[in-house]
Design a protein around this ligand. Sequence first.
Ligand SMILES: *Cc1c(COP(=O)(O)O)cnc(C)c1O
Length: 227
Amino acid sequence: MTTIAQRLKQIRSQISAAELAYNRRPGAVLLLAVSKTKPAEDIAAAYQAGQRHFGENYLQEALKKQQELGAYDITWHFIGPIQSNKTKPLAMHFDWVHSVDSLKIAERLNAQRPSGLPPLNICLQVNISDEQSKSGITLAELPQLCEQVSQLPNLKLRGVMAIPAPQQDFELQREPYKALYRAVAELHRPDLDTFSFGMTGDLKAAIAEGSTIVRIGTALFGERDYS
Ligand SMILES: *Cc1c(COP(=O)(O)O)cnc(C)c1O
């Protein structure tokens, strides 16, 4: 049986190989371990193997695991859909939120970020190819929302996150990332240093198109029973 530590090693070497193949700086891509639906023991196993950044989608589940893992020095990322009445625990208990898609949510996170903590790192979720999904802003909305979120003192706007419609073909996988990367480049904002691009099925294409954070669940923790 393959262990989480062995899979972690394999994924790290895939990331390094893709950085090399696509002229990315070695170490440019951060591995975010997506632990949704998986028990705290799996997170602990990855942690023991050196993993520090973990991503969760469901607030209640995440808060429970954070309590169980209180002694671990983990950087927590929230990557799931955000309900506006649940922003307070997000602002209190996470280091990053990747799935901000409205000014209202951003303003609530800003108001609810505890003053003793550093600014909350934010990515704006952009819906670039998945017409089925209601999450994410359009490319046309990106410049203005970037401008507005940048004004909020308790948030640190870092960049964008995308979940494209699934594609098997490598070249087709690259297209939405290429378009979004270009749109961000056109904003001429060197402070936007984060492209949260890529999952188990399209990690290489995402790295080819500028990803700085790949969000990997299945390849690390195995298939999920739900979602
Ligand atoms: C579940 C999830 C992932 C991980 O997907 P895998 O295909 O299992 O690697 C990444 N990003 C988001 C937003 C997710 O919800």
